[in-house]
Design a protein around this ligand. Sequence first.
Ligand SMILES: Nc1ncnc2c1ncn2[C@@H]1O[C@H](COP(=O)(O)OP(=O)(O)O)[C@@H](O)[C@H]1O
Ligand SMILES: Cc1cn([C@H]2C[C@H](O)[C@@H](COP(=O)(O)OP(=O)(O)O)O2)c(=O)[nH]c1=O
Length: 208
Amino acid sequence: MKPKFITLDGIDGAGKSTNLAVIRQWFESHNLPVLFTREPGGTPVGEALREILLNPETKAGLRAETLMMFAARQQHLEDVILPALADGIHVVSDRFTDATFAYQGGGRGVPLQDIEMLENWVQGGFGPDLTLLLDVPLEVSMARIGQTREKDRFEQEQADFFTRVRAVYLERAAAHPERYALIDGNRSLEEVRADIEHALARSFGMDV
Ligand SMILES: Nc1ncnc2c1ncn2[C@@H]1O[C@H](COP(=O)(O)OP(=O)(O)O)[C@@H](O)[C@H]1O
Ligand SMILES: Cc1cn([C@H]2C[C@H](O)[C@@H](COP(=O)(O)OP(=O)(O)O)O2)c(=O)[nH]c1=O
């Protein structure tokens, strides 16, 4: 079986971290080799860039922020993602290029054509086989983030920023329904789990 590249994305508070455990358990129970990684991050260079990017003190401009996301991604692809796939290991990334379209494009207003250009430069034609997109209404995301943790540089943004971020995610999923599993994250954990398991099974051609 050709190894798959699967990404998990969505606005902050949609339930990504919570549901990574579901994905992990699914791979374990099907005895499939898998590597979990994240963006920005996944390599020493990427993790150093993550520190800069998420630090509320960082005053990066729009283009510098976007380029740092892609610099981290370039290293991640070269050192982690592509080698694992070449070794027959499936890869699950907690966020990928959809997040750049959504956050830097939708949120910050970087023209989407500029992001597409960088996507082509860094990735060539490479991209996820499946993107699990967790979606929740803004109020739910805000309530969840507000309750649970110290906010990073992106989480400190205001509601209108996340409205634009969410809209770009949803537009991308609507434009390429074959690649995305749009999952309503505003339900019980059991219901969300069932949808994620269903999407994974479908992607692997298993009877569902
Ligand atoms: N389906 C759900 N129902 C209720 N609470 C949830 C659900 N999914 C996640 N949460 C809670 O919301 C908060 C944010 O979830 P988390 O998984 O950290 O989101 P993300 O990684 O997408 O930012 C956590 O406190 C988590 O327990
Ligand atoms: C990958 C990526 C992430 N981001 C943002 C989205 C998130 O707010 C942040 C990464 O946080 P995230 O991975 O969600 O971490 P945590 O769940 O630990 O808070 O980086 C971008 O703005 N652009 C990108 O290309």
